[in-house]
Design a protein around this ligand. Structure first.
Ligand SMILES: NC(=O)c1ccc[n+]([C@@H]2O[C@H](COP(=O)([O-])OP(=O)(O)OC[C@H]3O[C@@H](n4cnc5c(N)ncnc54)[C@H](O)[C@@H]3O)[C@@H](O)[C@H]2O)c1
Length: 431
């Protein structure tokens, strides 16, 4: 394990400190006169080298020829090897071989992989394990002065979310970039549409329907050599303490979109009808397979948010905005009514754009700060889950005061996982 060269280290530090000196108002901070030439090597680590971790690594290495994967961590060895294989296969001819500088001694396996990756001499880290671990990961990464890419959601309980908020504040003070995996925000068509909506293209927004209505996802059967904890970690989607349930793990994209359209204002209350009808077996842990949630904004706007993971049913992943002077179809990037409009521009891959912008920011001395919306949209999802599980109308204030702690302080393979009970609306109490 080699230490970063003083030149490279000082370039990154200078960029960070310069950014810290500027007050943070928007999500991207432009530094007055502090632009650095960013052609130097930048070392990346990944924690959670599954499907998304692999995709994010590919995008990060494509973002700049001097971005180098320097350390990789995962709970399981096979995921690291598969992730590396996939990343190399999918970047042939585009990414240089030298950008994969991750020999065996910098491939860290186990639940303490995080600490080893963070201590390996990297400059930025991709956090793409199950969401339950994100608070500790963001906290420690920022503590070490690293730039962070954090997949969504950033917590599965409010206790964790508060830790992420505090870490984002620290990142601001240290001038570190924090990019969220809420990828719709990096989509050119959606950006253009939201700008128009915020300029009043459909008049006042009265209601938004947001769908993440889709099919079922993967699961791994129990293997003899796995402990119960290992089995749950392999099947993290189905355990609320690990994933946050589908409303947080997947539907958060829709909820974040709604809040973005509403100018980054967040609902004051939620009511939700949810349950599980098809995914009732032991392999599906304790999560629901559908939620239908009504969000209320202070100005009277209503958000009707539907998510479902059931095969054999109609599918829809889109948002529909209804205003006093028109409507918008977000997926199609169209507006009809008084000010008709269609996005005609190019729409590059948003996963690539988020990494291009992240590393351009780090290398130029600007910083990107997605901390506020990644926390607030996570809260919007948790509030909807609380409403769905309890069958009660849950206010934002109540939700922020939730004392429920789902994630243990320390998670080890030999531990018994937290007991996941399937919630029953009307019986399950708000905690
Ligand atoms: N932004 C998007 O569009 C998008 C798409 C898919 C997934 N995601 C998010 O990315 C994250 C990962 O999802 P995925 O689909 O890649 O799942 P995955 O199961 O393919 O990958 C998760 C990886 O994390 C590993 N892991 C589990 N516990 C760990 C720990 N404590 N430390 C280190 N590694 C650990 C697993 O072994 C696995 O390899 C989730 O937060 C998910 O919501 C985002």
């Amino acid at each position: 394990m080699s230490n970063p060269t003083p030149t490279r280290r000082s370039f990154l530090k200078k960029a960070s400190l310069a950014a810290a000196a500027v007050p943070v108002s928007g999500s991207v901070v432009q530094l007055a006169g502090a632009v650095h030439q960013g052609g130097e090597k930048l070392k990346l680590g990944v924690v959670g080298f599954g499907g998304r971790g692999t995709g994010a690594v590919i995008n990060a290495l494509r973002a700049h020829p001097e971005n180098v994967l320097y350390a990789a961590g995962d709970a399981f060895a096979d995921r690291i090897e598969l992730g590396l294989y996939e990343a190399k296969e999918n970047t042939k001819g585009v990414v240089r071989d030298e950008q994969f500088d991750v020999p065996a001694e910098r491939r860290f396996v186990g639940l303490d992989a995080l600490d080893h990756v963070l201590a390996s001499g990297i400059d930025a880290v991709i956090l793409a394990s199950p969401p339950a671990f994100r608070p500790e990961q963001i906290e420690k990464a920022v503590g070490k002065g690293l730039h962070v890419f954090a997949e969504k959601p950033v917590a599965t309980d409010v206790a964790g979310l508060r830790r992420v908020q505090a870490a984002c504040k620290m990142a601001r003070e240290k001038g570190l970039t924090v990019v969220s995996g809420l990828v719709y925000r990096y989509h050119a068509g959606r950006r253009a549409l939201v700008q128009r909506l915020q300029e009043g293209a459909v008049g006042d927004v009265l209601a938004i329907q947001g769908d993440y209505v889709t099919g079922e996802l993967w699961s791994f059967p129990k293997a003899h050599e796995w402990t119960e904890m290992q089995w749950q970690l392999r099947n993290w989607l189905y355990h609320t303490w690990l994933s946050g349930d589908l409303i947080a793990e997947q539907h958060i994209h829709t909820l974040d979109m709604m809040a973005w359209i509403k100018g980054d204002t967040y609902p004051i209350a939620a009511t939700s009808l949810g349950g599980r009808q098809k995914r009732t077996g032991e392999q599906f842990g304790n999560v629901f397979d559908h939620f239908a949630t009504v969000y209320e904004w202070e100005d009277g706007t209503r958000g009707f948010a539907y998510c479902r993971q059931q095969d054999g049913c109609a599918k829809s992943v889109n948002e529909f905005v209804m205003g006093t002077e028109g409507r918008a179809n977000v997926f199609l990037h169209t507006i009809t009514g008084k000010n008709p409009w269609r996005h005609e521009g190019k729409v590059p891959d948003a996963y690539q754009v988020e990494m291009d912008e992240m590393f351009a920011a780090i290398r130029s001395g600007k910083r990107i700060d997605n901390g506020d919306y990644m926390c607030n949209s996570t809260m919007m999802a948790l509030m909807g889950r609380m409403a769905g599980y309890t069958g009660q109308r849950i206010t934002r204030e109540q939700a922020w005061n939730s004392a429920e702690v789902l994630v243990p302080d320390k998670v080890r393979f030999e531990d018994t996982p937290p007991k996941g009970v399937v919630a029953i609306p009307g019986i399950t109490k708000f905690a």
